[in-house]
Design a protein around this ligand. Structure first.
Ligand code: SIN
Ligand code: FE
Length: 314
């Protein structure tokens, strides 16, 4: 099994699958949620993130307050949803069960993770601040391996995140993950760059028929009109998960995120699969597409280039 790499920035390999030596993990030395970073370090972090790498913080720990360890137990999930969620702006969690005290303590824990994650993103990427919106936060207290789910919902298959009912209209999905389990690593696979993945699957996708976006909204299949960007991204998500040969043969890397580690990715760009692990916290941040300075690697840029026209985002 791969060991966590040493804390070195030297000789970071480029994101190329061509050699078969995929190395997408970029270890970072920071130990606090509002670290001191130089402008040069920030520029490197942003470039790597936007190229589709995993920014990995092996020593950035999210601490429990006394008594909060009890929430590592899956019994606080309500049984219907696998995650306990906090929507931005809400003052209570969803998907949980317990006493009033439990629910209020869960809110405090998850809210603190949301605040810490947002602080990290603001500190590392100040250019994103005018373009970002806090979205959901989740505590995922159940073992991933062996869950009975349909292939489409099976996150042990490599995929890029895309939601059937929640069109993003080009907004990017920036996610901050933390392995809160004290004993087990969170085991992920990450796969080839988005551009290579798109080469294989975009030719198998199709556009929407006239009126489809309006009809889906009318029928409440989607929360708002789906854009062509969303339509293609969703097909890419499904095509990758449905193709078991691709899952097996695509250039990929397994990585074990140890207990107490943090990582940041664009989950709509990085091919990822969560194979094993017990308890994780996750913060989603939406980023307006104009926040992105790399116009080569982003899904929107890749799709526009391949389809020969800008992606209409509405
Ligand atoms: C996913 O985003 O596909 C799942 C991540 C995880 O649960 O580790
Ligand atoms: Fe995912």
């Amino acid at each position: 099994m791969p060991e966590a790499p040493a804390l070195s920035r030297a000789a970071a390999p480029s994101i190329s699958a061509a050699t078969g030596n995929l190395d997408l993990i970029r270890p970072q030395p920071y130990t606090t949620w509002a670290p001191q970073v130089t402008a040069e370090e920030r520029a490197t972090l942003r470039r790597e993130l936007e190229q589709g790498a995993v920014l990995y913080f092996p020593s950035l720990k999210f601490h429990f307050e006394p008594g909060e360890e009890r929430f590592l137990d899956a019994r606080y999930s309500d049984g219907k949803s696998k995650n306990i969620n906090l929507r931005a702006g809400d003052t209570a969690v969803r998907g949980a069960q317990g006493t009033q005290q439990d629910l209020s303590d869960l809110y405090k824990l998850i809210r603190r993770y949301a605040d810490s994650s947002e602080s990290l993103i603001r500190t590392l990427f100040p250019e994103y601040i005018p373009h970002m919106t806090r979205a959901g936060t989740s505590l995922r207290p159940s073992e991933i391996a062996g869950r009975p789910v349909s292939w489409r919902k099976d996150d042990t298959r490599l995929h890029v995140d895309s939601f059937p009912s929640n069109p993003m209209l080009g907004k990017r999905l920036l996610r901050v993950f933390h392995n809160i389990d004290p004993a087990s690593p969170r085991v992920w696979r990450v796969g080839e760059p988005f551009g290579d993945f798109a080469q294989k699957f975009v030719p198998k996708t199709h556009g929407m028929w006239p009126g489809q976006a309006a009809l889906m909204k009318l029928l409440h299949i989607t929360k708002r009109k789906r854009s062509e960007y969303d339509h293609r991204m969703l097909q890419l998500h499904d095509l990758a998960k449905a193709d078991l040969d691709y899952q097996r043969d695509v250039p990929q890397q397994e990585f074990h995120f140890p207990p107490g580690s943090t990582w940041i990715v664009f989950s709509d760009q990085l091919l990822h699969a969560a194979m094993r692990g017990r308890a994780m916290m996750e913060q989603t941040i939406y980023l307006e597409p104009q926040a992105i300075s790399d116009h080569t690697h982003s899904p929107e840029a890749v799709l526009a280039r391949m389809l020969g026209r800008p992606m209409l985002l509405s």
